[in-house]
Design a protein around this ligand. Structure first.
Ligand SMILES: Nc1nc2c(ncn2[C@@H]2O[C@H](COP(=O)(O)OP(=O)(O)O)[C@@H](O)[C@H]2O)c(=O)[nH]1
Ligand SMILES: [Mg+2]
Length: 183
């Protein structure tokens, strides 16, 4: 019975939705897991989040997309873990905390490690310039320069959006861009 339900669920999904797998990456404490829970409507989990040591993933629908979002955490070598699966991905989300200038260099190194890897050549990337609600948030042009995003605009399909988990629409804007690209 379970197999039959699963079969019809798959038929339904394939008919109405485009399946896609997305990796969400970035250094620790930038908001990756909060964004994941926000998108899966588990907002209550956002409060008091501890850094996740192990990768987590979530499935949800957004307009025409049936998305699987994989969060690798932001610990040492999480990009290596992500690169192991990157061949199955349709896009990446890279999150930067724009309120924390002291960490821009680390974000720049993390972004370069991911985007300079040949496996990520073909992947569209949305950079979420997150925590724009905070008074210390840095202007977008400064973030683009400090995190070294410009360097990749010729080699990659890369798009930057300022976001905050306090305003869901800003996160959806990033998904709208992905939806256009993945179609
Ligand atoms: N003010 C503000 N805080 C945020 C935002 N996004 C995440 N945070 C906070 O940043 C901290 C780290 O978030 P988390 O999702 O665990 O980051 P991760 O390590 O990248 O997964 C938590 O205290 C969140 O509540 C945002 O847009 N604005
Ligand atoms: Mg996390």
């Amino acid at each position: 019975m379970g197999a039959l339900i699963s079969y019809f669920h798959n038929v339904y999904e394939n008919f109405f939705y485009i399946r896609c797998r997305i990796g969400i990456c970035g250094i620790s404490n930038v908001g990756k897991t909060s964004i994941l829970y926000l998108l899966t409507k588990e907002e209550e989990k956002i409060y008091g989040l501890m850094p996740n040591i192990h990768p987590i993933y979530a499935e949800f629908y957004y307009n025409s997309l049936a998305m699987k979002l994989h969060d690798y955490g932001g610990r040492y070598n999480s990009h290596m873990m992500m690169l192991d699966c990157v061949q199955d991905f349709d896009a990446l989300i890279f999150v930067v905390d724009i309120s924390d200038r002291a960490m821009f260099d680390e974000s720049r190194r993390e972004l370069a490690k991911i985007l300079e890897h040949p496996l990520t050549d073909r992947l569209p990337i949305v950079v979420m310039a997150n925590k724009k609600d905070l008074a210390s948030a840095c202007p977008l042009n400064e973030v683009i320069e400090a995190v070294g995003i410009e360097k990749f605009t010729k080699s990659h399909n890369i798009h930057v959006i300022s976001t905050t988990i306090r305003k869901k629409e800003t996160i959806f804007e990033a998904l709208q861009w992905l939806e256009k690209i993945i179609h």
